[in-house]
Design a protein around this ligand. Structure first.
Ligand SMILES: Cc1cc2nc3c(=O)[nH]c(=O)nc-3n(C[C@H](O)[C@H](O)[C@H](O)COP(=O)(O)OP(=O)(O)OC[C@H]3O[C@@H](n4cnc5c(N)ncnc54)[C@H](O)[C@@H]3O)c2cc1C
Length: 637
C-alpha cells in the first residue's frame, strides 16, 4: 500500500492556509448528524472533544480514569512552546520550525512541523482566553523560559504545573459541552477493540472498568488520543495507566505503526532507588535554565558535593557544548550523563546519577527567586528523596519519558484506516527522532484545537458513510475477540504476577533497546521477549473475575499488548541501521559520540503493517523530503 501523506502543494508557509480553503466543509446544520468517538481526555482528546462539540458535532468521549482531569497530561510540568517572540530575542515561526526539525534529527515531516509552529501562537491566545494562569513578567506580559535545543526563550509556563493548568482549561471547555448535551462522557471505560466496517473506522468496543460489561459504540469517525507507550519499559515517568492497547489494537486492524523504536529518554529524573519501585519522577527540563549539571572529575571522589571544590568538578555539558550548555536537547544530555556514569564518575549510592546544582543560581538570583520559579518541583524532590535541593545539589539520571513513535498519520492526522484519526502523543507526526522539551503540549493542543476540527470535516463531507449499527457482524466479532482475550487471561491461573512479568520486560527493553542499542543486544532481546511472552501466557496469575472492578485484569491486558508490541519496537530498531535522535545504535556514532545518521538510506518514516504474525510486520517507507532545511550533522557546540 503506497503511503500518501497528502501534503498540500505550494510554498511551505502557505500550505496550511491553502489546505484549509481546499478542505470540504460540513454545513453547520449537518454537523449534529455526525457522531464522532474520541478516545482519551488528555490535552489532545480533551481539546478535540470540546472543539468538535463546539462546532456542532455529536461527540462521545472515553477515558480510563474516573475523571477526564486525571489524564496523564496533568503531570506535565515545564511548559508549552510558541513562537510569540515576546522576549524579543529573535524567535519566529521559522526558528521554531527549524529548531524542531533539527531537534528531531531530521526525521520529521517538514510540512507538519511548520504548521505546528504556525498554530503554536493561536494556542497561547486561546489558552489565555480560557484563563490559564501563565506566569507573567514584571510588566504583565506572559513570561517565557528556555528549553533544550533552543537559544531563545519561547516556553510559556504556569510554575511547574503547566499541564495541569492547560488540562483544566480543556476540561472546562469539555464540561461546558457535556452540560450542553453535545458530548456524552464515558469515564472508566477502556477501549479494547476498534471496529472497522468496509475499510472505515466505525466504532469501538470498550470494557466498563467498574462492572466489567462490554459495550459497543458506533460513530462516523474515531479519534484516538490515547497517549504514549513509554510504560513498555515498566519504569517511566508516565502515568501508571499509560499504555499501548488502543493504538496496538488499531494497528492489528490495519493502522500502520510509525517509528516505534523512537523513544525519548529524559535526562533529568530522580534516579531509580530500589527494586520495588514502580514509577519514576521527572524533574522538569526547565530546571536546566538555572541548574548546572556536573560530576566529580575524579571517579574515586566520593565526598559530599559541597566538599568538592570547583576545580575538581566537571560541568561536562557546558564544557562540551558551549553554545547550548546545560540546555542541549534531551537525547544529547541523556547520552552524556550515561557516558559520565559509564566512566565511573556517577554519584550517589548506585553511581547512576549526576548532580543538578542550583548553588550558583541561588547566589546570583536569591533563594526567593528560585523558589518562585521552581518551588513545587523542589518540594516534590525533597518529599521523594529526603534531601533539600536548595542546600544540596539534586541527583538526577535519564529515564524513559516520551515516545516519538506512534500510529502513522497523514497531514490530516488520519491513519491508514479511513476515518481513524490519531492525535497527540499517540501519533508519530511532528517530533522526528527526538522531541524538544515543551513541544508535546504544543502538539497535543495544536492537533485537538486547531487541526483535527478542520480536517475531520473534510473527511466527513467527502466520504460515503453507510448506516451501521452495533448489531453488525463486525461489532459482534470485535466484542467476541476482546471477550476471548479476557477469558484467556483469567484462565491461566499461573504463579507470576502481571507486574513481575512487566518488570522483566522493562529490564529487557531498557538494557537492549534503551539509551544505547546494538544489533547483538537487539537480537538477544527478541529472543528474551519471545520467551517472556510464552511465560506470560502459561504462568501469569490474574485474580478475580471479569465481571467486576479488577485492576489486575486491566493491567494484564495492557502487558499482553506491550509484550507483542515490544517485538515491533525491536524490529524497527534493528531495521534502522543508523543513529538518529533517541535511537542510538552504537555502531553509528561520530568521533565525538554523537548520533550519525545515514540520510542516503534512512531518510524515511518507517511505517509497519501488521500482517497477522507478530514477528513478521511489513515495512512501508514514507520518504522524507527536505526542501526548506539543509540536512546537516546536528551540532549544539
Ligand atoms: C512527568 C511528565 C512531564 C511532562 N512535562 C511536559 C511539559 O512540560 N511540556 C510538554 O510539552 N510535554 C510534557 N510532557 C509530555 C506530555 O505531558 C505528554 O506527551 C502529553 O500530555 C500527552 O497528551 P495526550 O493527550 O496525547 O495523552 P494523555 O494525556 O496521556 O492522555 C491519554 C488519554 O487516553 C486515555 N486512554 C488511554 N488508553 C485508553 C484506552 N485503551 N481506552 C480508553 N481511554 C484510554 C487515558 O485515559 C487519557 O485520558 C511531560 C510528560 C511527563 C511524563
Amino acid at each position: 500500500m503506497p503511503l500518501d501523506a497528502k501534503i498540500p502543494g505550494g510554498p511551505l508557509a502557505e500550505k496550511w492556509d491553502r489546505h484549509l480553503f481546499e478542505l470540504k466543509l460540513v454545513n453547520p446544520a449537518n454537523k449534529r448528524k455526525y457522531e464522532i468517538i474520541v478516545v482519551g481526555t488528555g490535552l489532545a482528546g480533551g481539546s478535540a472533544s470540546a472543539t468538535l462539540a463546539e462546532l456542532g458535532y455529536s461527540v462521545k468521549t472515553f477515558c480510563i480514569q474516573d475523571s477526564p482531569r486525571r489524564a496523564h497530561s496533568i503531570a506535565a510540568q515545564g511548559g508549552i512552546n510558541a513562537a510569540k517572540n515576546y522576549p524579543n530575542d529573535g524567535d519566529s515561526i521559522w526558528r521554531l520550525f527549524y529548531d524542531t526539525v533539527k531537534g528531531g534529527d531530521f526525521r520529521a515531516r517538514e510540512a507538519n512541523v511548520y504548521r505546528l509552529a504556525q498554530v503554536s501562537n493561536h494556542i497561547i491566545d486561546h489558552c489565555v482566553a480560557q484563563g490559564i494562569p501563565f506566569a507573567r513578567d514584571y510588566g504583565g506580559l506572559l513570561a517565557n523560559r528556555s528549553f533544550g535545543g533552543a537559544q531563545v526563550s519561547r516556553t510559556f509556563y504556569a510554575r511547574g504545573q503547566t499541564g495541569q493548568q492547560l488540562l483544566l482549561g480543556a476540561y472546562s471547555a469539555l464540561s461546558r459541552q457535556v452540560a450542553a448535551g453535545k458530548v456524552q462522557l464515558f469515564a472508566r471505560r477502556e477501549m479494547l477493540e476498534l471496529v472497522v466496517i468496509k475499510g472505515q473506522a466505525r466504532g469501538i468496543v470498550v470494557r466498563n472498568l467498574i462492572n466489567g460489561d462490554m459495550e459497543r459504540h458506533e460513530a462516523h469517525a474515531v479519534v484516538l488520543c490515547t497517549g504514549g507507550y513509554g510504560n513498555v519499559f515498566f519504569l517511566s515517568t508516565n502515568a501508571m495507566a499509560s499504555n499501548v492497547t488502543s493504538a496496538y489494537r488499531a494497528h492489528r486492524k490495519g493502522a500502520f505503526f510509525a517509528n516505534p523504536c523512537f523513544t525519548q529518554i529524559h535526562p533529568t529524573c530522580i534516579p531509580v532507588h530500589g527494586t520495588y519501585q514502580s514509577k519514576l519522577t521527572l524533574m522538569s527540563e526547565s530546571l536546566r535554565n538555572d541548574g548546572r549539571v556536573w560530576v566529580p572529575k575524579n571517579p574515586i571522589d566520593k565526598k559530599p558535593p559541597q566538599q568538592i571544590p570547583e576545580a575538581l568538578r566537571d560541568y561536562f555539558l557546558e564544557e562540551k557544548y558551549p553554545s547550548f550548555g546545560n540546555l542541549v536537547p534531551r537525547d544529547v544530555a541523556s547520552r552524556n550523563a550515561k557516558e559520565q556514569c559509564d566512566l565511573g564518575k556517577g554519584v550517589g549510592d548506585t553511581g547512576l546519577a549526576v548532580y543538578l546544582d542550583f548553588a550558583d543560581a541561588i547566589e546570583r538570583d536569591t533563594k526567593a527567586v528560585i523558589e518562585k520559579k521552581y518551588g513545587n518541583l523542589f518540594q516534590m524532590y525533597e518529599k521523594i528523596t529526603g534531601e533539600n535541593p536548595y542546600e544540596t545539589p539534586m541527583m538526577i539520571y535519564p529515564a524513559v519519558h516520551y515516545t516519538m513513535g506512534g500510529l502513522w498519520v497523514d497531514y490530516n492526522l488520519m491513519s491508514t484506516i479511513d476515518g481513524l484519526f490519531v492525535l497527540g502523543e499517540a501519533n508519530f507526526s511532528d517530533h522526528g527522532a527526538n522531541r524538544l522539551g515543551a513541544s508535546a503540549l504544543m502538539q497535543g493542543l495544536a492537533d485537538g484545537y486547531f487541526i483535527l476540527p478542520y480536517t475531520i470535516g473534510g473527511y466527513l463531507a467527502g466520504t460515503d458513510l453507510s448506516a451501521v449499527t452495533t448489531d453488525d457482524a463486525e461489532f459482534k466479532a470485535a466484542e467476541s475477540e476482546a471477550h476471548s482475550r479476557i477469558e484467556a487471561l483469567l484462565s491461566i491461573k499461573g504463579r507470576r504476577t502481571v507486574d513481575d512479568i512487566h518488570k522483566e520486560l522493562g529490564l529487557i527493553m531498557w538494557e537492549y533497546c534503551g539509551m544505547a542499542r546494538n544489533n547483538k543486544g537487539l537480537e538477544m532481546a527478541r529472543n528474551l521477549i519471545e520467551q517472556l511472552r510464552a511465560e506470560f501466557w502459561e504462568n501469569v496469575t490474574v485474580p478475580g473475575s471479569g465481571q467486576d472492578f479488577n485492576q489486575s485484569l486491566e493491567r494484564a491486558g495492557r502487558v499482553a499488548d506491550f509484550l507483542d508490541f515490544a517485538d515491533l519496537m525491536i524490529i524497527d530498531a534493528l531495521s534502522r541501521q543508523e543513529s538518529c535522535g533517541g535511537h542510538f545504535n552504537e555502531a553509528f556514532q561520530t568521533e565525538a559520540h554523537e548520533a550519525r545518521r545515514d540520510d542516503e538510506n534512512f531518510c524515511h518514516v518507517a511505517a509497519w503493517e501488521f500482517t497477522g504474525a507478530i514477528d513478521k510486520p511489513q515495512l512501508h517507507k514514507e520518504p522524507l523530503v527536505f526542501e526548506n532545511v539543509e540536512l546537516t550533522q546536528r551540532s549544539y557546540k
